[in-house]
Design a protein around this ligand. Structure first.
Ligand code: GLU
Length: 289
């Protein structure tokens, strides 16, 4: 039976293959959903077009299928919804919540100095769009990482919703995406923890419900670097997908019994759903592999 109040998702960017770090997050998100008898949606975060890689979506779909991580419903693509993002930006401009910014990256410090906030910049000039933030504390209770409290103005500043190259920025797009897909349980890597206060702020402005957040540890290599395409993490080797799942369950601290590694994918996943205990990852930020 489905638990209708819970919908999870996996939202990879089609910027290359899935490596162990990405399937680790995918499996955690899948098990959280399935152990709640809930929906697990799939969406491609494909707005950052210069970073998209031809063939990546097909490769990602095949990898998930091979690992038995079957999603519910139609696959969604951010690029199908460009009009929706732009409509919200137009509303935000009208209501004065965002402003045009002409600053170039090289002039920027981490926290934006609000140089363009009080200037009148023509829409015809190249510009990014920034949201006005104020001195407020955003507080949320991450299911694994506990209470997180960040100041919007001093820790995030006026952040970008649309880049100068016209690309809709990730922290903004995801807010509309999760709402559109009725996602209310977001499981993703610790590396995105700092994006969450921005998303909570936008959800509040847009009167959208805030999902629950659960940030799982990230896998790090021997040097302590996050496994990522930037650190040249290779595509997950699918010669023995059951063994991959077994290894991931170990890194998810699920203590899979030794014999499980000889079972097929379906049986490994069935065991994992039945025994899933996310609390074993409480407070864990990194897993060294
Ligand atoms: N597309 C993002 C990534 O691949 C994940 C977005 C999210 O889970 O909110 O890192």
């Amino acid at each position: 039976m489905l638990t209708p109040h819970y919908t999870g998702r996996f939202a990879p960017s089609p910027t290359g293959h899935l490596h162990l770090g990405s399937v680790y997050t995918a499996l955690a998100s899948f098990l959280e959903a399935r152990s709640h008898h809930s929906l697990w949606r799939l969406r491609f975060d494909d707005l950052d077009t210069p970073r998209n890689v031809a063939g990546a979506t097909t490769h990602i779909l095949q990898t998930l299928e091979t690992l038995g991580l079957h999603w519910d419903g139609e696959v969604d693509y951010q690029s199908w919804h460009l009009d929706d993002y732009h409509a919200v930006l137009a509303d935000f401009i009208t209501s004065g919540k965002i402003y045009r910014c002409q600053c170039s990256r090289k002039n920027l410090t981490d926290i934006y100095a609000q140089t363009c906030r009080y200037q009148c910049i023509s829409p015809d000039l190249p510009h990014s769009l920034r949201i006005k933030t104020d001195d407020q504390q955003i507080i949320f209770d991450d299911i694994l990482q506990g209470w997180i409290s960040q100041n919007l103005a001093t820790q995030h500043g006026d952040f970008i919703l649309k880049r100068k190259d016209n690309i809709i920025a990730y922290p903004f797009a995801v807010v509309l995406d999760d709402a559109r897909q009725a996602v209310n349980h977001v499981v993703r890597g610790m590396d995105l923890l700092n994006a969450t206060p921005k998303q909570l702020y936008l959800q509040h402005l847009l009167h959208l419900p805030a999902p629950n957040y659960l940030h799982v540890p990230i896998l790090v290599d021997a040097k302590g670097h996050k496994l990522s395409k930037q650190t040249l993490a290779t595509a997950v080797d699918l010669t023995a997908p059951n063994r991959v799942l077994f290894q991931l369950l170990d890194w998810l601290k699920q203590m899979p019994p030794f014999e499980l590694q000889n079972e097929n994918v379906g049986n490994v996943l069935e065991w994992a759903i039945q025994h899933w205990n996310v609390a074993r990852l409480k407070g864990v930020k990194h897993i060294a592999i």
